[in-house]
Design a protein around this ligand. Sequence first.
Ligand SMILES: Cc1ncc(COP(=O)(O)O)c(C=O)c1O
Length: 365
Amino acid sequence: MILLNPGPVTLSERVRRSLLNPDLCHREPEFFDLQDEIRTRLLAVHDLDPAKWTAVLLTGSGTAAVDSMIASLPHQQARVLVLENGVYGERIAQMCAQYRIAHETLKGAWLAAPDTGQVKQRLTRGGFTHLAVVHHETTTGRLTDIHALGRVCAAHGVQLLIDGVSSFGAEAIDFAGEDLATLTAVAATANKCLHGAPGLAFVITRRAALTQAVNRTYYLDLARLARSQDQRNTPFTPAVQACYALAEALREYQQQGGRAARFQRYAALAEQVRLGLKELGIDPVLPPQESSVVLRAYHLPRGISYPVLHDALKADGFVIYAGQGDLSRTLFRISTMGEITPDDIRRLLRSFRHLSQTEKQGVSR
Ligand SMILES: Cc1ncc(COP(=O)(O)O)c(C=O)c1O
C-alpha cells in the first residue's frame, strides 16, 4: 500500500529494516549513543549551533511535541497570540486554554492566507510576548509565510513558536536569518518529512529559552527532558525502535542531499500530481505558490464523493486523505511525503483516469 496521507509515511526499505535491530535497554550506553546521534542529526538539518540550539526528543506523535513546546516555553508572564487558520492552529489555542496560558487567537478563514497586517496590528497594540503559528497548515496544504511573520515578531521583540510538524525537513526555515531573529522553537515529528516511523517527536529550541521554561506538564516538561538528554539520560522509557528508525531515516536524509533535495523531490512529485489531475479537470484548492510541496488539497471531482474516491484508490493500492471539518464534503488531500516515486504517481493518475472514465460511462448510460 502506498501512503499518500500526511503521515505516517511509506518507509524506505532500509528504514523499515532498521526497526528489526536488536532489542535495546534504554539505560545502556548504546541507547544514549543512538539518542545523541539523533539529536545531533536533527540540529544538522538546519546546520544549527549546538551551543545555542538543542533538539529535545519526545516519545509520542507530533501533537506531543507541540504540546510540550506550548506547555513549557511561554514563561509565567507570557501572553501568546495564536494564529488560527485550520485544525492545528485551533489545537494550539486549545492547549493554551488548557494550561491557562494568557492568550488571544487571531482567527482566519481556513482557505484564506493569514493576514500579516492584522498580526502587526495586534502586536503593535502590545502586551504579547509570543506568537504561535502553524508553518504548514495541513488542513488545507497552506504554507504560512513564517519569514514575513518573523519580521513582524522581530520588530516587536515577540518570540515565535512554530508548529513545524508537517514542514520540518522539507520546507525552508531560515533559522540563521534576521527574519527569524526571535524564533524560539519549532515542534516537529519523525514520521512526516524526515521519513521515520511513528512514535517519536521533537522540539528544536533555543537553549536560552529553556532557562525560563515552566513545568505545566509532568510528562512533556521540555526543560526536564532537555536536561536529562544532555546528561545522556532519559526520564522515561522511549520508543526505542522508533529511535532506530529515525536515526536511519536521518542518515538516509543526509545521504540524499538534506533539506534542499527533499524539497525538490516533493516539489516535483506535487507538480506531477497537480498537472495530472488538471488533465482530468480536478483543480487544486490553493494555487501552488500558496501551497506547501508536502501536501496539496484538491476539489472532489463532480459527482464523486470522498468515500467512493477513497475506496476506489485504495483498491488500487493508494491511501489518500479526506478534508477535515466542513471541508470533508468538498475536498481531498494528497501528500507526497515518504518513499514515493514518480512511477507511483503515474500509477495513481492512471487510477484516477480509470475512475473518471467509469463515472462518465455510468452517467451516460
Ligand atoms: C501541522 C500539524 N500539526 C500537528 C499535527 C499532529 O500530529 P500527530 O497527528 O502526529 O499528533 C499534524 C498532523 O498531521 C500536523 O499536520
